[in-house]
Ligand binder design. Structure first.
Ligand SMILES: NC(=O)c1ccc[n+]([C@@H]2O[C@H](COP(=O)([O-])OP(=O)(O)OC[C@H]3O[C@@H](n4cnc5c(N)ncnc54)[C@H](O)[C@@H]3O)[C@@H](O)[C@H]2O)c1
Length: 336
């Protein structure tokens, strides 16, 4: 099957390499409005055509799918053009800049009987696949909380704030591994440095609330001196720590918890703490994008949705949108 990559900047570069190396896909086009980018890729991938106008790709009936890695505000127009031209669409995270446009893309994909895939790359990492397995096999017990930290120095973006830049990764992991429907979001954030004319938040704290009184918390920051990529999932039986910066022990499962007994007869509460063993399951080493490119092909061929389809894209965009509204209203609770 033939694929075109539209947007050949930082991330598009990784997509080009993975589609080019794939045994399933033929890289048919590299498209970017910047001719200098294209000149570079014309040398690296001489079999692929190059164009600065994505309309050329939409008009080419031999192209089965497009992968869109352009700035977020352009995703909707390009993806809609692809879906309406009957092409499967792989769209970078976040799917769109509003939940209304994400819904329209989902409808367009259904109407044209093509797949809408969102590149939530983390879902395809062996570590997140392992977390999902552990949760599905009830290793952790009932879900209690999700706590994530994703902080580093930069890269400041010109069109989106730190929430839209970093939180899609953690929101997509929350959706895939925990899968609970959020009922409300509140968030605070600040533009710590002013650059340009816009106020773009570079630090934010987001809380997502669920119906059963559980919660998820996200700390995203472009102004941290150290890079931290950590998620803790608390369960009633065990607790899990995912440290993506670790090379050999990315996942640790702690047999820790509390059990609380209310002894009414003596008006007393007994809390027992359990700090048992810790183990670190083996996590294989495979590039997530390679797995994702294979999965996209299998799903397109079989006519079925990918594990990060439009629904997962919409879930993430809804949380981003709610967090943004809450930040602009000083942390007000935004119901979903
Ligand atoms: N999945 C991930 O882990 C991941 C990581 C980084 C970025 N991204 C996403 O990838 C997308 C691109 O981010 P980036 O960091 O590569 O940005 P970038 O600025 O490096 O690249 C974007 C490219 O798109 C081109 N472009 C803009 N408008 C275009 C149009 N209409 N037609 C064709 N080309 C056009 C630009 O010239 C540029 O080369 C964003 O949505 C971002 O969120 C995803």
């Amino acid at each position: 099957m033939k694929i075109a990559v539209i947007g050949c900047g930082y991330w598009g570069n990784h997509l080009l390499r993975n589609f080019y190396q794939s045994k399933d896909w033929e890289l048919a086009y590299a498209c970017d409005t910047d001719q200098k980018q294209l000149d570079k890729f014309a040398v690296m991938y001489p079999e692929a055509k190059t164009t600065t106008d994505y309309a050329e790709i939409m008009a080419d009936n031999s192209v089965d799918a497009v992968a869109i890695a352009t700035p977020v505000h352009t995703h909707y127009d390009i993806a809609l053009a692809a879906l309406e031209a009957g092409k499967h669409a792989w769209v970078e995270k976040p799917l769109t800049d509003s939940s209304a446009s994400a819904r329209k893309l989902i409808e367009a994909a259904e109407k044209n009987n093509v797949q809408l895939h969102v590149d939530h790359t983390y879902i395809y990492t062996p570590a997140v696949q392992k977390i999902k397995d552990l949760i599905d096999n009830d290793e952790l017990g009932d879900f209690r909380y999700f706590d994530s930290i994703r902080v580093n120095l930069g890269l400041f973006q010109h069109d989106i704030n730190v929430v839209w830049d970093l939180a899609p990764h953690d929101f997509s992991i929350l959706h895939y591994c925990i899968g609970k429907k959020p009922i409300a979001v509140n968030a605070t954030g600040k533009a710590l440095e002013k650059y340009g004319t816009k106020e773009i938040e570079s630090i934010a704290y987001i809380t997502v609330h669920f119906e059963d009184n559980t919660m998820a918390h996200f700390n995203v920051n472009w102004m941290s001196p150290v890079k931290i990529r950590q998620i803790i999932v608390g369960g009633s039986k065990k607790m899990l720590v995912f440290n993506d910066m670790s090379t050999d022990e990315k996942l640790k499962i702690y047999d820790s918890g509390v059990s609380i007994q209310n002894r009414e007869e003596i008006y007393d509460t007994l809390i027992q703490y359990r700090t048992g063993d810790m183990y670190s399951p083996r996590v294989e080493n495979k590039e997530a994008l390679k797995t994702e490119v294979e999965h996209f092909y299998e799903c397109v061929k079989a006519g079925k949705a990918t594990i990060t389809d439009g629904t997962s894209g919409l879930y993430v965009v809804q949380l981003l949108e709610a967090a943004e509204i809450s930040i602009k209203n000083n942390g007000k609770l935004v119901e979903l």
